[in-house]
Design a protein around this ligand. Sequence first.
Ligand code: PLP
Length: 394
Amino acid sequence: MLSQEMVKLGTNRSVIRDLFEYGNKRKEEIGADKVFDFSLGNPSVPAPSCVKEAALDLLQNGDELLLHSYTSAQGDAGVRKTIADYINAQHGTNLTADSLYITVGAAASLTISLKALAEEGDEFITFAPFFPEYRVFVENTGSKLVVVDSDPKDFQIDSAAFEQAITPHTKGIILNSPNNPSGVVIREECIKRVCEILEKKQREYGHAIFLIADEPYRELVYGEVKVPYLMNYYDNTIVCYSYSKSLSLPGERIGYIAVSDKAEDWKMIYAAICGAGRALGYVCAPSMFQQVVARCMGQTSDVSVYKKNRDLLYNALTEYGYRCIKPDGAFYLFVEALEKDANAFAEKAKEFELLIVPADSFGTPGFVRISYCVSTEQIERALPAFQALAESYR
Ligand code: PLP
């Protein structure tokens, strides 16, 4: 017999992947320029030039054997130090190489962190709307995902609902800001309130409750928006980071976990992270790309393109009568469906060759996600279709 759980996961593709496959088929049928695919969160802006320069230099002038060899299980010590120094310079922390674990992207950062923390019967809280893979990642550890609805008027955290959801079984919370799919950046006062509640509940229950900060979109913010660095607000924090979005490197699979040195028994937590990485086979992240990202500290892809896309799409859609919150970050617009059932609405959108994702699996029925990490030209071409879709509901 096989694990039926895994068979189910492997055969039930995510709604996003299904839509993407549908789009590819449709493009073959009617031509790529007639299909408006807003399904995936695949960066459309090329990686900054430092990536190519670093890769070429490493390939041409680096030690070839070393470049392709195993690193330490937790990542090259020099690379970890470079990243720790960068975080410290940015956020005033005191991290060292020994609190960093290099991973193959945020998905691995999350699965390793959850595996390191979870014991039987544990619960992890997250806030809707949320990245649907959290359910898969949390349940795979045998733990339960508890979902707390956000405040529907601005998708900030509803602190009263959050406090109510915490139980003696709560091992941690996963907080994602800037958020996929809403694009919302959680405000500092909201973060402070969440941290106060966590402190209070830790005292009440007499055990640690961890804050897992899922931050692949940290640098993708528009305007003067502050994304609080959560270690500076709460000691038991573990940051899960990825270069997939900030450096447009999703296919290279590279990111890290940073354990706060102020966390209770942080050395033990770090040991558990190393153990979880080992148990899951996530050791020695790609050696060459460890070196590449170490040479690109502080660099990002051209975020102004996403801002331009956001403004274009947000202004046009609200003018056509769609309702959505103006996102401050990431590259998604989270829009109220024009009928109650977002699945039916997304199906209707297909008649206009618009591929948009119904948000039921993000924990917020009645909404759709539009990924605007596409070319500005695709958005311009798609606007009449969005307008026609809105008119079809009048
Ligand atoms: N977390 C969130 C909120 C995401 O949106 C994604 C990817 O889209 C991930 C984690 C996984 O990122 P990675 O590709 O680096 O594994």
